[in-house]
Design a protein around this ligand. Sequence first.
Ligand code: ADP
Length: 279
Amino acid sequence: MSEACTHDCSTCGASCAHRSKPEDFLAAPNPGAHIKKVIAVMSGKGGVGKSTVTSLLAVAMRRAGFRVGILDADITGPSIPRMFGLYGRPAANEQGIEPVRSANDIAIISLNLFAENDTDPVVWRGPVIASAVTQFWTDVVWGDIDYLFVDLPPGTGDVPLTVFQSLPIDGIVVVTSPQDLVSMIVAKAVNMATLMNVPVLGVVENFNRFRCPDCGSIHNIFGESRVAETAGEWGLPLLGSLPIDPALAQAADSGLLEETAETVELAPAVTTLKKLMEA
Ligand code: ADP
């Protein structure tokens, strides 16, 4: 340690014994938050159903009897409240901001809940967005939560980096569609996870097939899926495989996802998340 040391390692490149470890970047949770496991949900690009899968994972774990929350970190494309039919403003108490609660008591916080209209765009620069996400951790009175799902924006930019540095992430779930560049997406997620020292729990495949509602025949619209194979090559389990389901899209768009969510395909995810709690 030099004599000029300010004890602020973020402004100093010296490699000394006093250098703070990466975990020193962790933000302290709100005193009114007691969260056991934090699960980040990632995707390579937008539109693959990451927010839908985040919501379905939350619903599945809630149905399994756990206390669940969703932190919507997809600040510029926040869709979680709409899927649960939530439009009310979060209340505040002397400890901080209270999450809004879904019909089945899933605690949810999203920038959309603070907007005048949920169609208002968020026109903010990266650092401001990243600090809003951190505030969802430090300022929200989450209460007792077994699993907090963090819906990350697509890709590996500013916000995912802030989330991995500031929140104690216990595991990552990667969402991909069959036509996505699956091996590249999974490789990027695994490499980021390794850099951040967080385990990837597995992969959820979305839009994997279409069942004709008239004749019941199955169509692999995007060709034969290689998601399970690619996940296997990285030693990752397939945590679920969701078909293209117009009823699901309809339910999500009309705020009824929780009531109509078909969670059977996410059974391996539920098992994996339960094991994480026992570990
Ligand atoms: P992302 O978070 O990756 O941008 P979303 O979860 O917002 O994607 O989903 C994009 C759109 O696709 C939404 O309108 C959603 O309702 C729809 N969608 C997602 N998954 C499915 C599915 N399995 N079947 C039908 N529609 C889906």
